[in-house]
Design a protein. Sequence first.
Length: 372
Amino acid sequence: MRGPETKSERQRRKVEILNSFGANSTEQFNKVKAIEMGQTFRGQAKKWLQQRMTRKRKPVKPATVRGWESYLDNHRNTLIGDMVLPYINNGTLNMLGEKLSAAGLSPTTIHDVAKVMRWVKASAVDEDGNQLYPTNWNYEFADIPVIGHQRTPMFTGEEVAKIIAKAEKQERVIYVLFAASGLRAGELFGLEVKHFDGNTITVAQSVWEGRIQTPKTVNAFRQVDLHPTVAAMLRDFVDDRKQGFLFRTRTGTPFLQSNFLRSSLYPILKELEIDKQGFHGFRRFRVTHLESSCVPPALVKYWTGHAKSSDGEVVRQTITDRYIKMAKDTKFRADVAERIGLGFELRKAETMEVVPSVPRSQETEVTAAFEN
């Protein structure tokens, strides 16, 4: 018959029991430590945003950070900001989804809010970069709504023609270039005179809230070949200017996208009784025109600067893709740009000012010959 356990045996047995329940695991230690330190979602979210903005590897754009901050301030921090990180789990995800659905938010927004919540928790790592609180997220259990059909409005060729006809002076040129190039708003308003060589636009920078920044993605660095009609119009518009932003305010600064929408595009759409939408309606029109004109996919991707396809799925680069160098084949690009036309009608002649928003003493009127 075995005698009573010694002290060391009892201690060893205690450790075995604790380990069997996970109570002595690294995860449990981190959980207890987080509770003791008060490591809340709000505090970690602040660290996560700062890290995303300052990291060397793919730092995010200010506009993206602004969106995340909005999600955090309006939704996450008010509901789970004071929760300790280890306790944020699928139950929390379920509660968040129910609250946001009751508030009338769309499934897409709810998914975006949930995504940032996951990213914030996953950003808590140890000195070796390992997640402190790894979580197996279960959207089925949390009953997060499925994203259905998303509204992706697009201007038609007829609507583009009407918008251009209704616009005046500098704004008319802006809308022509939007529809004829497919540039993103930040890219177009960030163009300087030096980025136009008389036939081609070079996308080398973007602007957001008046500040110059790099384009959205690596693919966004590109050249966009213009139809000869638009190139001639733009040459007349630039005239003898050698520097400065291509499109500018009275003070020579780039337009703010939000201001331009409110002061120009939205009023025009209302007057024309066209459904309200933003600049991306021109970009979708351009991509659709390229596709319907049987432009090679590699050239569509190059001209649009897409890192993703139109439906949001990541474009997988094949071996063949790596051999395609559209940036080098300038003649082919120019030939295609002329062949496919614009997809919308331009009047034969319009009068516009080179820089209509500068003081009257500096304004110069030119006549641009438009072809059908």
